[in-house]
Design a protein around this ligand. Structure first.
Ligand code: NAP
Length: 377
């Protein structure tokens, strides 16, 4: 597996450090969908990380009731007015037995056994089970994927350690386990690509607008035409609750439309939002790849969310989202994502913003610009 693929797959992993307030505020502002159906009782497995708070916020905004299930380690004080059932997905789930919910959102399922256990425990007493998966489930990114594309597999299905290598295959197996426990007309699977927006604690998408806001000479890989795909966390949250409101049971990639966004537009939008100009130094793909491979890659890599047009990851940013759009997914303009992201970023403490978890340090960037200039002299 190439280092780029590993980065992408790793990139989809989330820790639990999202900043609390941003999540709920973001969801409340988004407000694209509205409930024209009955109020639902929703159980969220997770709910206090990055994407969970946006989903909880949107569900509450539409008048639904929400119960959380988590260990109480992540942003424990985020929803003081909601019932939280404390428990570990890897352990005893008896506290969920016999409780009734109209729908379950599973956004913390990384281990197949966990998903199987929760789905099996809850199945007799729930209406719908919605599993948050990932586009990393696809077996290959050398060609463009849609929902029917082949999924990754893992030789040893008993593995539970989630790493850059196992993340995608394990999520695919999680999907499979959910399918064995929940009938197709009650199961919804969403496969997001890079989720971004206020509260994103990975800094992968954020690196670019934040870097642009600082101005000056800026190293950018590939060229303006290099494609990008993301999903705004608020759009994902709206679509998630839409699927519950409409009882939509199917599998969907949740991504911005193929061909709708690229590095050039990312720079343009970021400059427009932050009213800053950068002087881009576009480095070619080969140089970028080599720089990435030779670096002591920290966190999410030097060129987060960017993929070359050659090699194993050529089509990571070409995943079809048509099916979700037909089912109601609405992607807001990325410029709006950038605006809200930068507003949120400014609210973070200085020690948090001082070192980003993705992208390049100013020193590395300057050094690479000098090295690139030397190769083109
Ligand atoms: N970020 C991306 O770009 C991206 C892309 C594609 C897909 N995804 C998917 O998005 C989801 C991540 O969502 P997120 O950011 O909200 O999640 P997260 O930060 O990974 O999950 C945290 C939530 O799950 C709870 N949790 C974690 N482990 C638990 C356990 N063993 N038992 C019970 N609760 C547990 C946490 O609370 P406690 O710590 O208090 O238990 C917290 O509420 C994942 O399914 C991931 O595969 C993400």
């Amino acid at each position: 597996m190439s280092s780029n693929r590993r980065e992408f797959i790793k990139g989809s992993l989330l820790g639990g450090a999202a900043l609390a307030g941003a999540g709920l505020a973001g969801a409340a502002e988004a407000g694209a969908g509205s409930s024209d159906s009955k109020s639902l009782d929703i159980l969220v497995l997770g709910g206090t990380g990055f994407i969970g708070p946006h989903m909880v916020g949107e569900a509450l905004r539409r008048g639904h009731s929400v119960t959380l299930f988590n260990r109480g380690r992540t942003n424990d004080d985020l929803f003081p007015d909601l019932e939280t059932i404390k428990g570990d997905r890897g352990g005893d789930l008896s506290m969920l037995e016999g409780r009734k919910w109209d729908a379950v959102i599973d956004n913390s399922g990384y281990v197949p056994r966990h998903v199987q256990n929760s789905a099996r425990t809850l199945a007799p007493n729930i209406g719908q089970y919605l599993f948050i998966s990932t586009i990393s489930v696809y077996a290959s990114f050398t060609s463009a994927n849609d929902e029917s594309s082949q999924l990754a597999t893992i030789d040893d299905e008993s593995i539970e350690e989630v790493t850059g290598e196992t993340y995608g295959p394990l999520k695919a197996l999680c999907e499979q386990r959910a399918r064995t426990e929940i009938e197709p007309d009650r199961l919804t699977i969403l496969r997001p690509t890079y989720i971004c927006g206020p509260g994103d604690h990975t800094d992968r998408f954020s690196y670019w607008p934040v870097r642009v806001s600082k101005g000056g000479r800026m190293l950018v890989p590939g060229g303006p035409e290099y494609p990008l795909q993301i999903i705004d966390v608020r759009d994902l949250a709206n679509f998630t609750i839409d699927c519950l409101d409409r009882r939509t049971a199917d599998t969907f990639n949740t991504v911005t439309p193929v061909g709708s966004y690229n590095m050039g537009r990312l720079l343009d939008d970021s400059q427009a939002v932050s009213a800053t100009r950068v002087d881009p130094v576009w480095i070619d793909e080969g140089f970028a790849r080599e720089a990435q491979e030779n670096s002591q890659v920290q966190n999410w890599g030097m060129f987060p969310i960017w993929h070359g047009l050659q090699g194993d990851n050529a089509k990571v940013s070409s995943v079809s989202g048509k099916k979700a759009v037909a089912a109601g997914l609405k992607n807001r303009p990325v410029r709006e994502t950038i605006r809200d992201l930068l507003s949120w970023w400014k609210t973070l403490p200085a020690e948090r913003t001082a070192s980003m978890k993705a992208g390049m340090s100013p020193e590395t960037e300057a050094e690479l610009i000098a090295r690139y200039a030397a190769t083109t002299e």
